[in-house]
Design a protein around this ligand. Structure first.
Ligand SMILES: Nc1nc2c(ncn2[C@@H]2O[C@H](COP(=O)(O)OP(=O)(O)OP(=O)(O)O)[C@@H](O)[C@H]2O)c(=O)[nH]1
Ligand SMILES: [Mg+2]
Ligand SMILES: [Zn+2]
Length: 299
């Protein structure tokens, strides 16, 4: 291996992590504070340090990055340089209210198309559960009508997971979603050599990787990369500009810019084109209601 060399960050623990080299090997690597913190998916240049360990020399400018918000509405990078974000939901645990809208908003802000994965379709939707959660599942045909790709999967029976292959091939994809929806189970089924890969990663880090506590990038058999991320209970949106919020609702697009006020929030303003479109049933009422809730939370 000729050094310095280009590499991909598979795992980042802040001051060190694992990088994937061109020869296909996963190597432990140190990060230098002056270079900045690399994240999963970052393209870096590595070299040998004085103590013979690998060290990141530079981080290439990120094409995009998927972020979440911490409890103070600050952006936290989860992974970088993505082609696909798969939003995984299931009937167990049921999604929380507006979770899907927040995820869709986040993915649209990256400038890429979200893919919705409805996993655990082998299970019945539990009766008597919260309306908010079951509503999300009932809205799947609406998401499809809006133009989103919805892929139904099961890790425990028909229809299996093979419908995912075409969207993952030759791409860098991340699976995000609530804890327990089956992200790691999907990855486990998608990667026949997962044990080999996690073995190589644990060897490199000395840490076990059975529970998803860190974002990890795997090589996808036949080309591409698959990133598993730790589940969240609530996916929070960072502080947004009002126009960024509306941009996350794709069906608003044709009417944006047509309100009486330039800075219209589409809430209480008169002569609002969005509200008119809702009244004309051109925009679904439940989506507009979700928009209003996000607007209020963002205020
Ligand atoms: N019935 C059924 N159970 C599933 C399916 N997929 C996953 N599970 C189960 O759901 C549980 C959670 O699965 P995980 O893959 O660990 O979920 P995760 O999204 O990775 O969770 P975190 O790592 O906490 O974010 C496990 O007990 C799985 O066996 C499915 O399609 N059907
Ligand atoms: Mg997991
Ligand atoms: Zn308006």
């Amino acid at each position: 291996m000729h050094l310095p060399a280009r590499a991909l960050v598979q795992v980042s623990y802040g001051s060190h992590g694992v990088v994937l080299l061109d020869d296909g090997s996963s190597q432990h690597c140190k990060f230098r504070r002056k270079v900045g913190r690399p994240y999963c998916g970052d393209e870096v240049v590595v070299d040998v340090a004085d103590d013979d360990s690998l060290v990141v020399e530079s981080i290439r400018e990120r094409r995009n990055c998927f972020v979440r918000s911490d409890d103070r509405q600050r952006r936290r990078i989860v992974a970088a340089n993505l082609d696909r974000v798969l939003i995984v939901v299931a009937s167990r645990p049921l999604p929380s209210r507006d979770l899907m809208e927040r995820y869709l908003l986040a993915v649209h802000s990256l400038g890429i198309e979200p893919v919705i994965v409805l996993n655990k379709v082998d299970l019945e939707v539990p009766a008597g559960e919260t309306a908010a959660g079951t509503e999300v599942l009932a809205h799947m045909p609406d998401y499809e009508a809006l133009g989103y790709t919805v892929i139904r999967t099961s890790c425990k029976g028909a229809p299996g997971i093979s419908n995912l292959h075409p969207v993952l091939h030759d791409r860098t994809s991340i699976l995000v979603g609530q804890s327990g929806v089956g992200k790691s189970s999907l990855i486990n089924q998608l990667l026949p050599d997962l044990e080999l890969q996690t073995g190589a990663l644990s060897n490199a880090t000395g840490k076990g990787t059975h529970t998803t506590t860190t974002t990890i990038m795997y090589r996808f058999t036949g080309g591409g990369f698959l990133i598993d991320s730790p589940g969240v209970w609530e996916y929070g949106i960072w502080k947004l500009e009002p126009h960024e919020l509306a941009a996350g609702f794709i069906e608003f697009q044709p009417w944006l810019g047509q309100c009486r006020f330039n800075n219209c929030l589409h809430a209480t303003e008169p002569d609002c084109a969005i509200k008119q479109a809702v009244a004309d049933i051109k925009i679904r009422q439940w989506r507009y209601d979700a928009y209003l809730r996000l607007l209020e939370q963002n205020a």
